[in-house]
Design a binder for this molecule. Structure first.
Ligand code: NAG
Ligand code: NAG
Length: 418
């Protein structure tokens, strides 16, 4: 009996060591799926086939800076084919104690949906949603149900296909995934250009004659900067027309006008880089009428505009990268005098790891509040409470994820240790 028992123990122990995490994950997914999936159709590892692994990893990676050899890569990429694969991926990653990162369109600025900047090694599996991109538009009730891997370009096309008078204000980059767009509280344009110009800048005398009239879907293509002969069907490819580059970006919010001397200094800095870019998005109007605490996005009343700074480069040389990154950090430091303070607000969908990083899964409330308050202002505290409630083990974490509290706050406001 005793011998048999230790034999079984030995046997099962040797079974466990002979399988890699990748094998175990595949077996676990198979166990939790109602249909079997051949490994090669949805699972990609650097060891099983490096060529296809790299090509899937790169397929939607929008920032080449995040694919350099020093960035940690996933142990395995799982391109989920049906919704229940997502639940299975969470169960299996949790069981195997391996981190899960989730990628929709791959546009996140620091690439943390598919690589990791952690100094210490982290083992993670990439759950890629690129194959979950169904879109169902219902014009009758003005709704669209969209799977998280679809791009906004596809959503635009499917809406325009059903109606000439409906639209959806979202991003300019049509290859942007809807998952990241929505979870980061993204924005889009709803133009009333003539009215606004006539009301606020009548001296410029803008009239209908100065404008080109076009359908909404044509305007999407026009504003995204695509050539005018591109057909809207292009949007269904979910791809960008432009080559992928290395880039670094930062953001600010302006609450008081920048004095003329400040603008002069800004231009001087600006011209020190060979590919500088800056985008100022006007705020006010409806943006200021919604209370700061009504949804996580807090940059509301009193904001004049949002600023995005950006610099891009094409070669993979570290010296080139350092030059551009140092330049943008210098510009950001200079602008500190003029922009919002306490906190210096930042936009979460222009994620910037210079603002601070979790060191590991044991993220710290105070440390994380440094960037958390910039992104969410006072909503940070409430978001941490929600996070603590719904993910008490901090299973979903990354470089700038919300931390959990080391204790639980009861409904009566008293704290309960958990
Ligand atoms: C690896 O993947 C590539 C592209 O996906 C394919 O062409 C090639 O045949 C695969 N190699 C092996 C050894 O399976
Ligand atoms: C601008 O506003 C004025 C006053 O409301 C109006 O008379 C005029 O027609 C408007 N012009 C345009 C181009 O909308």
């Amino acid at each position: 009996m005793n011998i048999l028992f230790s034999f079984i123990l030995l046997f099962s122990a040797s079974c466990v060591v002979s399988y890699t995490i990748q094998d175990q994950f595949y077996q676990c997914i198979t166990l939790h799926s109602d249909r079997s999936i051949p490994f090669s159709t949805a699972f990609f590892t650097p060891t099983s086939n490096a060529t296809s692994f790299n090509s899937v990893l790169k397929s939607t990676a929008q920032n080449l800076r995040c694919l350099t050899p020093s960035q940690q890569k996933p142990l395995l990429i799982f391109t989920a084919l049906i919704e229940s694969h997502i639940q299975a991926a969470v169960i299996c990653a949790k069981e195997l104690k391996v981190q899960l990162r989730v990628r929709s369109g791959g546009h996140d600025y620091e690439g943390i949906s598919y690589t990791s900047e952690m100094k210490r090694s982290v083992s993670f599996i990439l759950l890629d949603l690129a194959k979950l991109r169904a879109i169902k538009v219902d014009i009758e009730d003005n709704s669209a149900w969209v799977q998280a891997g679809a791009t906004i370009g596809e959503v635009y096309y499917r809406i325009a296909e059903k109606s000439k008078t409906h639209g959806y204000p979202a991003g300019l980059c049509t290859s942007l995934g809807i998952g990241g767009h929505i979870t980061g509280g993204a924005y889009g344009k709803t133009d009333r250009l003539l009215d606004v110009m006539n009301h606020s800048f009548p001296e410029l005398g803008l009239t209908q004659k100065d404008c080109i009239e076009m359908s909404w879907i044509q305007s999407v293509i026009y504003i995204a900067g695509y050539p005018s002969n591109i057909k809207p069907e292009f949007l269904l490819q979910g791809k960008s027309l432009f080559p992928t580059v290395n880039f670094k970006a930062k953001s600010d919010f302006l609450r008081v006008p920048v004095p003329v001397t400040g603008l002069q200094g800004m231009w001087e800095k600006f011209l020190q880089d060979d590919s500088p870019m800056m985008i100022w998005n006007p705020y006010g109007g409806m943006m200021g009428k919604i209370s700061e605490s009504s949804i996580p996005f807090p940059h509301r009343k009193g904001v004049i505009c949002k600023i995005q700074y950006l610099t891009a480069w094409t070669d993979g040389d570290k010296k080139t990268a350092d030059k551009h990154i140092n330049w943008i950090r210098g510009l950001y430091e200079y602008m500190g005098t003029f922009v919002s303070k306490f906190p210096r607000e930042a936009y979460v969908n222009y994620r910037d790891l210079d603002l601070g990083m979790n060191r590991n899964a044991n993220s710290n409330f105070l440390e994380a509040s440094v960037w958390g308050k910039k992104y969410y202002k006072n909503n940070y505290d409430r978001l941490v409470l929600v996070k603590t409630e719904v993910d008490p083990d901090n299973f979903f974490w990354h470089e700038q994820s919300l931390p959990i509290l080391p204790f639980k706050v009861g409904q009566d406001g008293k704290s309960l240790i958990h």
